[in-house]
Write a protein that binds this ligand. Structure first.
Ligand code: 13P
Length: 250
C-alpha cells in the first residue's frame, strides 16, 4: 500500500514571509511523523522557494498553460519546474469561481503532464444534494476536465473530490464517510468508463473540504488515498493533529 498523500493548500496565506517561515519551522519539528505520508505543500508563489527548501515536496496552486512570454501576472511552467514543483492543483473551485472552465482545466492538465508535473484535478458539486443529482454533475466535470488525456497518462493524474459546500466549514459540517465512499466509488466508475478499469484503479482520489483532526480518521474510510487540506494546514497544531489522528488513533 502506497503512503497516504497529504496536500496542504495554503491558498492566499500566510500573510507574511516570517509567518510562512514560522509555520514551516513548527511543522518541521514533526518531520518524522510527516514522513509516514507523502507531504506536498502548495504555497502562494512568493513562498515557493521557502517550501522548495523545506522537508515537504512543492506543489503549485495552479499553472499557466502558455510558455514563457509577455503574460503579466502569471508564473510559467518552466519556473514551477525550476523550483522542483511535483504536483499542480488544477481546477480548484476557487479558481473555477473566477471563471475557469473545465475546458481550461483540461488544457492545464495536458500542460502539466507534458512538463512532468502531476496534475491534481479538483472536482465537486456546489451545493449539498440528497437526491444524487451531483453524480451526473461530477461525471460531466471529470469528463470535461480530462478531455484529451490518454489512457496511459490518466494513471499519472490525481483527482480530488472537493464538494464546494464542505469547503471552509468546520469538521461537523463535512460529508459523512458513507457518502464519501459512495462518491469515490462513483468517480472510479466514471474513470473506468472513460479510460478502462486498470487505468482507473491507478488514479489516486483525495478528499478535500474541512478536513480537521476531528474528522480525518472517519474520512479516511471513504475510499480515498489522501487529503487535500485548506485552513487546518495553516496552523501547525491542527495540521500535525491531522497526521497524529491518522497514525496514532487519537
Ligand atoms: P478547507 O480545508 O479550508 O475546507 O479547504 C479545502 C480546500 O479547498 C483545499 O483545497
Amino acid at each position: 500500500m502506497s503512503k497516504l498523500i497529504l496536500v496542504a493548500n495554503w491558498k492566499n496565506y500566510p500573510n507574511s514571509l516570517p509567518e510562512a517561515k514560522a509555520l514551516l519551522k513548527e511543522l518541521s519539528k514533526k518531520k518524522a511523523l510527516f514522513s509516514k505520508t507523502t507531504l506536498f505543500i502548495a504555497p502562494p508563489a512568493p513562498y515557493m522557494e521557502l517550501v522548495a527548501n523545506s522537508f515537504a515536496k512543492l506543489a503549485s496552486q495552479d499553472l499557466f498553460p502558455t510558455e514563457k512570454g509577455a503574460h503579466t501576472g502569471t508564473v510559467s511552467v518552466e519556473m514551477l519546474k525550476s523550483f522542483g514543483t511535483k504536483v499542480a492543483i488544477l481546477g480548484h473551485s476557487e479558481r473555477r469561481a473566477l471563471g475557469e472552465s473545465s475546458r481550461d482545466v483540461a488544457v492545464k492538465v495536458k500542460t502539466a503532464l507534458k512538463a512532468g508535473i502531476t496534475p491534481l484535478v479538483c472536482v465537486g458539486e456546489l451545493v449539498k444534494d440528497a437526491e444524487g443529482e451531483h453524480f451526473e454533475f461530477l461525471r460531466e466535470e471529470i469528463k470535461a476536465s480530462l478531455t484529451g488525456v490518454s489512457k496511459k497518462d490518466v494513471e499519472k493524474i490525481m483527482l480530488a473530490y472537493e464538494p464546494v459546500w464542505a469547503i471552509g466549514k468546520s469538521a461537523k459540517d463535512v460529508i459523512n464517510p458513507g457518502e464519501l465512499s459512495q462518491t469515490t466509488l462513483f468517480m472510479r466508475k466514471v474513470l473506468s468508463d472513460l479510460f478502462g478499469r486498470s487505468a482507473a484503479e491507478k488514479v489516486s482520489i483525495l478528499y478535500g473540504g474541512s478536513v480537521e483532526p476531528k474528522n480525518v480518521s472517519d474520512l479516511m474510510t471513504g475510499g480515498v488515498r489522501g487529503m487535500l487540506v485548506g485552513h487546518a494546514s495553516l496552523n501547525a497544531k491542527s495540521f500535525v493533529g491531522i497526521v497524529e489522528a491518522i497514525f496514532e488513533n487519537k
